[in-house]
Design a protein around this ligand. Structure first.
Ligand SMILES: CC(C)(COP(=O)(O)OP(=O)(O)OC[C@H]1O[C@@H](n2cnc3c(N)ncnc32)[C@H](O)[C@@H]1OP(=O)(O)O)[C@@H](O)C(=O)NCCC(=O)NCCS
Length: 157
């Protein structure tokens, strides 16, 4: 069992987290998406102004293990989960589960009754395993490239 610390992200950690998001998407998602989609999702230059801005309003968490940031999750104040990424060297060790558990704890404490998200093809199985139900599909454009995501919901009881 790994010894993880889950804590809120500091804005000064943006560059480390952005690099983690890049490595996660470009390593773990390359079997499911084209190179063009991966670059549109997370560009190599890590210029992601909307991502940086969202951190001012979101509940953003990092997972620390052995002194390193190994996972990241952010959620809007209404329970919309907008990001969950594990560093590729740390998959299947419980990082995302620990981040999701802490987010659910926060949501319940703030009387949020459900979590909603749009899942990548890679994460759908993970979310299903953690009690999320698929309620539809969404077509969207990221940097003018088309993506199809699963819309998923979890009621918090
Ligand atoms: C999806 C993701 C966050 C899971 O992170 P992780 O830290 O490896 O997840 P955990 O180790 O907590 O996994 C917990 C369980 O889910 C399972 N799981 C993980 N990914 C799964 C998948 N795609 N399908 C089915 N089960 C999955 C694991 O086997 C594990 O099961 P176990 O507890 O019975 O062993 C990670 O694969 C990732 O970062 N993917 C790329 C980025 C991405 O698509 N993010 C989502 C954006 S919407």
């Amino acid at each position: 069992m790994n010894n993880f610390t889950i804590r809120t992200m500091k804005l000064s950690e943006f560059n480390i987290v952005a690099k983690l998001v890049y490595d996660s998407v470009h390593t773990l998602c390359k079997g499911e998406y084209t190179p063009e989609q991966l670059e549109a999702w997370v560009p190599k230059n890590l210029y992601m102004p909307a991502f940086r801005r969202s951190l001012f309003r979101c509940y953003a968490l990092v997972c620390i293990c052995e002194g390193k940031i190994v996972g990241f999750m952010s959620t809007e104040r209404d329970g919309y989960v907008n990001r969950l990424y594990t560093h590729p060297d740390w998959v299947n060790k419980g990082v995302a589960t620990a981040l999701l558990n802490k987010t659910e704890e926060w949501a319940r404490a703030h009387k949020i009754t459900k979590l909603l998200l749009e899942s990548s093809k890679v994460a759908e199985g993970f979310y299903a395993k953690h009690g999320f139900e698929k309620i539809g599909e969404i077509k969207s454009l990221k940097n003018n490239v088309e993506f199809i995501s699963a819309k998923m919901r979890k009621e918090l009881v």
